[in-house]
Design a protein around this ligand. Sequence first.
Ligand SMILES: [Zn+2]
Length: 151
Amino acid sequence: MNAECGMNPPAFGHPLEKGAEGTEQKKGESIMELSKLSLERLEGVDERLKAVVIECAARCKFPFNVSEGLRTVEKQREYVRQGKSRTMNSKHLTGKAVDLYPLSMDRKLVDWSRFEELADLMFQVASDQGTDIVWGGNWKTFVDKCHFELK
Ligand SMILES: [Zn+2]
């Protein structure tokens, strides 16, 4: 079982919970650019995966956020206890995984209809960059649409 994170965004610093995602966009910035908060969440993430996410944001027709990247062992233990993750072997622990949520154009809501679209673009960009990625949306036992990791 390689499930990494649940489909329960509020527990992952969901923009609705934080409420600040929309306000972080500076004037003049493209709406598709990653917010400062999302960029901060890419800290410690493997450079190859980070490059895919950043390029994906530049090419994406809608905004998305990074809800989590590098994760501590303590946090992982907590997620397993809460049933949000089923493994202590998560690639989040080594910075080789990210969780991405497509957002509405005003960046205030998660757009649940666009995970597949986002995944398609992530695969396209990864392929262009010669990086192999895995999407949690393709997992059979614990579908995890927000989750992307290096192969
Ligand atoms: Zn994840």
